[in-house]
Design a protein around this ligand. Sequence first.
Ligand code: MLT
Ligand code: MN
Ligand code: ZN
Length: 301
Amino acid sequence: MRVIILGSAAGGGVPQWNCGCENCRDARAHGAGRTQSSVAVSADGERWILLNASPDVGAQIAARRALWPRGARGTPVQAVALTDGELDHTLGLALLREGTTPLPVYAPSSVAALLGDQWPLLRVLGAYAGVEPRLLPEGQAVALTDLAGAPLGISCTAAAVAHQPPRYAAAARAGSFAVGLRLVDERSGRALAYIPTAGAVDDAVRQIAAGSELLLFDGTFWSDGELRAAGVNAPTARAMGHLPVGGPGGGVALLPRLGAKRTALVHINNTNPILRRGGPERAEVEAAGLTVGEDGMEFEL
Ligand code: MLT
Ligand code: MN
Ligand code: ZN
């Protein structure tokens, strides 16, 4: 299975359009930005599945030859799988509307419900190429297929992880608003654990990550109070459903024990000090054997 981190940043990217923090200033000065959270996977190197569809999907496809069109019209992107209904993980679907056939979109029922109601993306896209919604039941492996039903060689199991509802659905009934995905290459049996948002390391996270070749995990914030310290009137990281990377009980302490062969942080917010090469937080992450995910990072599992 081939895995490409298309975008390693959280919502807003780096630099974020209205942010003058140290990391965003640095990214502007050096032209070294990060795009918003998405990953591409493929069993055969020809047909690809996007894990989340970011607002930067156009630039992400343009930057990766493997995702370029074959022929006059057409795309190797055969399906999308969503972990949640957040804008930074779904807006990209609107940007793929020029497709010539409906795009299969796998999502847990809670996320499909959000996209059919509070954030009516499915209805709007129905006027364009449209998407074909497909259910990702929790705790049950689904063999992913293209629009015609041909197997893509990867099975996917979703498990609900701790997370808050999206802000546009703050009043929604309690439920699971985010899942982690375990993607298994059906030929080799090797697994990718993809958990870009999670408020805790709990049983669901442990099950998805156990024995995986690669774990891509929520690296949004280093500390609970990070956004507020950056001058944004915002809740804590944990209250937003993001386990901080640093501190007691954070990712650096817990992730190395999950049994993944390799772990990289993704969905990294522009305020996160782990972005600063040579900084103490970055050193702590690397000393724990964790990798700070980068746009364009590729893995062969
Ligand atoms: C999140 O990851 O918590 C959301 O994307 C934040 C947001 O965009 O409001
Ligand atoms: Mn997000
Ligand atoms: Zn910033």
